[in-house]
Design a protein around this ligand. Structure first.
Ligand SMILES: NC(=O)c1ccc[n+]([C@@H]2O[C@H](COP(=O)([O-])OP(=O)(O)OC[C@H]3O[C@@H](n4cnc5c(N)ncnc54)[C@H](O)[C@@H]3O)[C@@H](O)[C@H]2O)c1
Length: 377
């Protein structure tokens, strides 16, 4: 078995999702040697550092430490660009939570900077590496539904503004970089690119309904009674045309109290009903003209919340000299597609994609966790 040097890694942004990341980075993937963690709110990094037996650091200490090779950026969306850029400028590889940046220009700049410096940049979502979507990939590639023709991704879930207790709770839903097409739509877009390949053109409509008349209603919120402004789309209907000719309807709305997640790929011989791509596991169903929809056995490992899998894959990729799966090209391509739907609505024109992304190499089938196991040397 090949032996690798562990990758000294630090995490920046010790909020909600950092717990899952640190749990998996410290206990599950032996490629990491966690150097420390930081947050602009020091109490948060202190708590995580203590819980995981790692060092509490500042961002500056992380950037200045030459032994740290990789920065995992789990700050909120509006900080992704700045933190990733500083890390790249300090000579670190970066794995960022989604989406990679708020604007397309920022995303392109990060991608170019990483390339220019010979560094790797990876980005969530990594759920497409989970058992559900890897099984779907096996099924699709096996030809069980014939040639894929069309798809739908429908994501409706109310972002109950009246329940928001804090600014942090509001941020993912109502601030730039957040909003349902970015916050949740990115899981579907990334899964679609991994299954169907790159997108050629997009069109659609993007709305910010009722942007300035809602009131903070949670009594524990310090802004109780104030007007809440919504600064990002909350109702979007788009169409994606893939390079392989597949047409997909994508609807994202946080304006209804209903909850619907529908994710289906239709082929000439049947359909695959995919798992919620915001999760790693199944179920996955196939229906062919032979009969009823059947739940299919999962062919791969990773059914639980294994966020940081994409970061581990990036670290293994660096050590192995291969392409990372949750990479900047896909992140930039999906960001462009999401923004392109809005631009199409504004201009009244179809938006032609300027970026492309390869389908990531599938994971090896089987129930072992990571085939590229690392031994400490
Ligand atoms: N919460 C979830 O369930 C979840 C799930 C999947 C992905 N994500 C993604 O993870 C990211 C973080 O989400 P979260 O829910 O943990 O947010 P959060 O607001 O709980 O945590 C973000 C943390 O980053 C810190 N931060 C912001 N700017 C910083 C900077 N410049 N330097 C250092 N620290 C900084 C904040 O102080 C905060 O503690 C987002 O991109 C989100 O889309 C979240």
């Amino acid at each position: 078995m090949k032996q690798f040097k562990k990758m000294r890694t630090a995490l920046i942004g010790c909020g909600m999702i950092s717990k899952t990341y640190l749990e998996n980075c410290c206990k599950r993937f032996n490629i990491f040697e966690m150097a420390g963690c930081s947050d602009i709110i020091p109490e948060r990094s202190a708590a995580r550092a203590q819980a995981y037996g790692i060092k509490q650091m500042t961002n500056e200490e992380i950037f200045a430490d030459p032994s740290i090779e990789l920065v995992i950026n789990t700050t909120y969306q509006m900080s992704h660009y700045t933190v990733s850029k500083q890390a790249l400028l300090s000579g670190k590889h970066v794995y960022s939570e989604k989406m990679m940046a708020v604007t397309f220009e920022q995303g392109k700049e990060l991608d170019a900077l990483a390339k220019e410096r010979g560094l790797f940049m990876g980005c969530a979502p990594d759920t497409f590496m989970g058992a559900g979507l890897q099984t779907s990939r096996v099924l699709l590639d096996s030809g069980i539904i014939g040639t894929p023709v069309s798809a739908n991704a429908i994501i409706v879930r109310g972002y109950h503004h009246e329940r928001m207790r804090t600014e942090a709770e509001k941020r993912f839903a109502f601030c730039p970089g957040g909003g349902i097409i970015y916050d949740v739509g990115c899981y579907y877009l990334t899964a679609l690119v991994n299954l169907l390949g790159p997108i050629r053109r997009v069109c659609g409509f993007s709305q910010t309904r009722d942007p300035g008349s809602r009131i903070y209603r949670h009594p524990a919120n310090p802004l109780y009674g104030d007007v809440m402004t919504i600064e990002t789309p909350n109702n979007t209907a788009g169409t994606l045309e893939f390079e392989n000719g597949v047409l997909c309807v994508i609807l994202t709305s946080s304006e209804s109290v209903n909850v619907t997640n529908s994710f289906i790929i239709y082929g000439t011989e049947g359909k695959i009903v995919l798992n919620d791509p915001n999760t790693f596991g199944g179920p996955v169903y196939v229906q062919t003209k032979m009969g009823e929809a059947k739940e299919m056995p999962l062919t791969h490992a990773y059914t639980d919340n294994v966020r940081a899998l994409g970061a581990a894959d990036l670290a293994y990729a660096i050590r192995n000299g291969r392409a990372p799966r949750a990479n900047a090209a896909t992140a930039l391509h999906t960001l462009e597609a999401a923004l392109g739907i809005g631009e199409s609505g504004e201009t009244g024109r179809i938006y032609s994609m300027t970026t492309s992304a390869e389908r990531a190499a599938p994971l090896e089938a089987g129930y072992i966790e990571y085939p590229e196991m690392v031994l400490d040397i």
